[in-house]
Ligand binder design. Sequence first.
Ligand code: GRF
Length: 243
Amino acid sequence: MDRTNRIVILSDPQGSEEPAFSTFLSNSTSAEVETPIKTDPLRLGILLSGRGSNFLAIARNIREGRLPGVEIAVVISNVADAPGLAAARDMGLDTALFISKGRPRTEHDADVLACLQAHRVGLVCLAGYMRLLSPGFIAAFPNRILNIHPSLLPAFPGLEAQTQAFDYGVRIAGCTVHFVDEHLDHGVIVVQRAIPVLETDDSHSLSERILAEEHIAYSEAIARVAGRKYEIVGRRYVMRASE
Ligand code: GRF
């Protein structure tokens, strides 16, 4: 049977006009207009302030083919000597530094936003970015900003979540990748991964084991967004009915 590749244009379910991954391929047996194969990659803008191990895990998964249709457009830091920024430079990625210290938040965020837009970023990934985002920044990427938090939200938002969880005495800990909204560690949950707290754990070993889960969870969440098979229903990120 003669199968032709057909491009189907989808409207963006999450309200963005961003064309970054507005097409997908399907096979057609009908005599419809033949169009050259075209897939637009989902372009990531990574924001980080520190060591960048989550960024490195994402970059490795892209490089090794585990995140098809996803590419890193730019890595941005607000800290000049962030190891993650140096690693991005070493990898030959586009990078940008906007030092936030001493600058009004809205001014700093406007620079970051302009850089993301100039790089045609479709999904912003906060990866250890130690800054609160201004409302204008969040509004510019509605449900297009992911964050990773080292606890099973809504438990233990804020700083040192792993220590909070350990000191509280939870038996199950983990991490959460969620969309960013205007409240701290609050937006719709995309992926969570859980691990047991071991008798032998201290907060340091627990943090390390949670971090290993983070490195898996972040790429799972990006794949889920890039795959476009999920939609937001209330607070739930669920498989579309048609899938
Ligand atoms: C991670 O624990 C992440 O959950 C939190 O900040 C840390 C960043 O680590 N938001 P890294 O810079 O990605 O290694």
